[in-house]
Design a protein around this ligand. Structure first.
Ligand code: ADP
Ligand code: MG
Length: 265
C-alpha cells in the first residue's frame, strides 16, 4: 500500500521527470556571495498552473534562489530551464516582482509609467505608446484596484499601494510565470486580499505563481505547493506532503517555536 502511494506521488520517479513542462526548474543550483554558499546544490521543479510558496527562515536563500533562477545573480553551478528551454529564450514569459524593500525610486515616476514598463519588452524602449497599450496598462491598474492613482508619483504611495502597482506591471507583461518575492511583506490587510485574489485569478487562467512567503499561517489557505529551503532544499511537494512539522523543524531548527505558533495561529 505504502509502496504504491510512494510511486504515485512521484518520489520514486526519475529525477528529471516533469522538467520539459516545468515553467521553472533548477538542477544542482549553487550560489555563493562569499565563502559560504547562500544556495547549495538545489533542485526544484515548479509545477505548471500551481501556486507554490517558497518558505524558509531569514537568510535561507529564498530571494537568492529566485534571483539565480532569473539570471539576476550568477550561480557557481547548476542549470535553469524555463518550460524546458534555456532561460534566455523564455524571458518574455516570466514576470518578476522583487521584494519591495529592494526597490528604491530615487527619481519621480508616474504610476502609469511604472506599469507601462511591463510592456517595454514588447514595445521597444523608443517606440511610442499606443492607445491600446495605454488601455492595457490602465486595465492592469484596475485589476489591482489602483486605477485612480495612475497619475500619482510612485514614491508618494504607501507600501501596499506600491506593491499593487508592481503587480500591475507584472500583469501588463502578460507572462505565463509570475515570481514574487514576499509580496505581502509590509502591506495592509486590504492589499494582501487584493493581491491574493489577483494571484488566484492568474492560477484560474492556468498561469503559474511562485512566491517567497514568510507567514506560515496562511500557507495552506493561499498555496497548493510548498518549496522549503534552508540553503539546501528541505522539501518540495503539495502542502500536505511538504508543509509538515518534521520538515519545518528541519528548516527552522531552533526557531521552530515561532514557526509552530504561526502554523497554529
Ligand atoms: P532570504 O531571502 O531567504 O532571506 P537571501 O537569499 O536574501 O535569503 O540571502 C541568503 C544569504 O545570502 C544570506 O546569508 C544573506 O546575508 C546573503 N546575501 C544575500 N544577498 C547578498 C549580497 N548581495 N551580497 C552578499 N551576501 C548576500
Ligand atoms: Mg528574501
Amino acid at each position: 500500500m505504502n509502496l504504491t502511494l510512494a510511486a504515485k506521488d512521484g518520489r520514486n520517479q526519475p529525477r528529471d521527470e516533469g522538467l520539459a513542462e516545468s515553467p521553472l526548474a533548477v538542477r544542482g543550483l549553487t550560489v555563493s556571495y562569499g565563502e559560504k554558499p547562500a544556495v547549495f546544490s538545489v533542485d526544484a521543479t515548479f509545477r505548471v498552473g500551481a501556486m507554490t510558496a517558497i518558505i524558509g527562515p531569514n537568510g535561507a536563500g529564498k530571494s537568492t534562489l529566485l534571483k539565480a533562477a532569473l539570471g539576476i545573480v550568477r550561480p557557481l553551478s547548476g542549470q535553469v530551464t524555463c518550460y524546458g528551454k534555456p532561460l534566455a529564450k523564455q524571458r518574455g514569459r516570466i514576470a518578476y516582482v522583487p521584494q519591495r524593500a529592494s526597490v528604491d525610486w530615487d527619481f519621480p515616476t508616474r504610476v502609469l509609467d511604472v506599469v507601462l514598463m511591463g510592456l517595454y519588452r514588447r514595445l521597444g524602449l523608443l517606440r511610442r505608446v499606443t492607445t491600446r497599450q495605454m488601455q492595457t496598462a490602465l486595465a492592469c491598474l484596475d485589476r489591482v484596484g489602483m486605477s485612480d492613482f495612475a497619475d500619482r508619483q510612485i514614491g508618494q504611495l504607501s507600501g501596499g499601494q506600491q506593491q499593487r502597482v508592481f503587480l500591475a506591471r507584472a500583469l501588463a507583461q502578460g507572462a505565463d510565470l509570475y515570481l514574487l518575492d514576499e509580496p505581502f511583506a509590509g502591506v495592509d490587510a486590504a492589499t494582501e486580499k487584493a493581491i491574493i485574489a489577483v494571484l488566484k485569478e492568474l492560477k484560474a487562467q492556468g498561469k503559474t505563481v511562485v512566491a517567497v512567503h514568510h507567514d506560515l499561517s496562511t500557507v495552506p489557505e493561499y498555496f497548493d505547493r510548498v518549496f522549503l529551503i534552508n540553503t539546501s532544499r528541505i522539501a518540495e511537494g503539495t502542502v500536505e506532503e511538504a508543509f509538515t512539522e518534521a520538515h519545518l523543524h528541519e528548516a527552522y531548527g531552533g526557531r521552530l517555536a515561532t514557526a509552530q505558533m504561526s502554523v497554529a495561529g
